[in-house]
Design a binder for this molecule. Sequence first.
Ligand code: SF4
Length: 73
Amino acid sequence: MAKIIQEREKCIGCGSCVALCPKFWEMGEDGKSSLKGGKQNSEGNCELETKEIGCNQEAADSCPVQIIQVIKE
Ligand code: SF4
């Protein structure tokens, strides 16, 4: 299992994660990206548990404000 965490408040809406990893990411109507199926965690960040990391590491590496975290469990 893996956990993907996004500090969504800090997203600048560059679209990089969506371009590189559309299976997991989409742009929200507020101009920030969202993790598809993600939930808000107790710290107010967006979180998704997934069996496979897929393209999320590429998305995290490409984020200019470094707000995507990939945790392998
Ligand atoms: S790459 Fe980072 S800043 Fe750009 S849309 Fe995705 S989460 Fe937001």
